[in-house]
Design a protein around this ligand. Structure first.
Ligand SMILES: [Zn+2]
Length: 243
């Protein structure tokens, strides 16, 4: 069907509509929580991914000798791939199983490694920081997810809750209360951007250790984390039922 449009009338009708659209668009861009990143926003979301531990510091060791640092890196790499696929920029604090050390240092030191990670996080000018870890407890029956957020960025708690929900939905892992990170955790003490530390499961639980060492299970966790990040920063985040 052809529609004959009167040019003059169209101009008169279109200008107010366009103007209203521009005003609404600019208002949305200054309201916190509205779409700030992604298609149409002109801004690309940047995420720092930290694979916990590395080098001589292997982190927790599973009851069947799974090394935390290695699993952390596997999930971090998968997360990087999924986020990049969504058009999200990433910065990795480490990309291999060596720890971080300065070029002129004579050996690896935990304090130097942590300081270098913090420097990378500060320099990154990223919008969000996630640290991947595995848990360990003396009672082997304890299992499930534990997510923490940096207490100087309380506004990120809903993302931590949604992230845990998505991780649990896809893997079946048990959920627990999302809480503020202990200030003794160096990178979570007062990060310059919102930050979440995800303990993806307990290596001290045989069944969970087996899952965490499985490539497909790792991919599911990475996918769930990426989906939650995308929903929070670039789309519609469903309010979590957890208070
Ligand atoms: Zn750890």
């Amino acid at each position: 069907m052809y529609v004959i449009i009167n040019k003059k009338r169209c101009m008169l009708m279109c200008i107010p509509v366009l103007a209203a659209g521009l005003i609404i668009g600019s208002l949305l861009s200054i309201i916190p929580g509205e779409k700030t990143f992604g298609y149409g926003s002109g801004k690309i979301l940047k995420v720092v991914i930290d694979a916990g531990h590395g080098g001589p510091d292997g982190g927790a060791v599973g009851i069947n000798d799974t090394v935390e640092a290695e699993i952390n890196l596997e999930i971090a790499k998968k997360l990087e791939t999924v986020l990049n696929g969504k058009g999200i920029d990433t910065v990795m604090t480490r990309t291999d199983n060596e720890g971080l050390r300065a070029q002129n240092s004579d050996g690896w030191r935990k304090t130097e490694d942590m300081r270098m990670r913090l420097q990378m996080i500060k320099k990154s000018d990223a919008d969000f920081f996630i640290s991947i870890h595995m848990n360990h407890f003396r009672q082997s029956s304890v299992h499930g997810l534990r997510l923490f957020y940096a207490s100087n960025h309380e506004e990120i708690k809903p993302l931590a809750e949604n992230m845990q929900k998505k991780m649990s939905e896809i893997t079946g892992a048990k959920v627990s209360t999302v809480s503020a990170a202990d200030k003794r955790l160096f990178l979570m003490k007062s990060p310059p951007m919102p930050a979440i530390l995800a303990e993806c499961g307990f290596l001290s639980n045989a069944a969970e250790e087996k899952n965490l060492a499985d490539e497909e299970y790792q991919a599911k966790l990475a996918w769930a984390i990426a989906e939650a990040v995308e929903a929070h920063f670039m789309g519609d985040e469903q309010p979590s039922s957890e208070s």
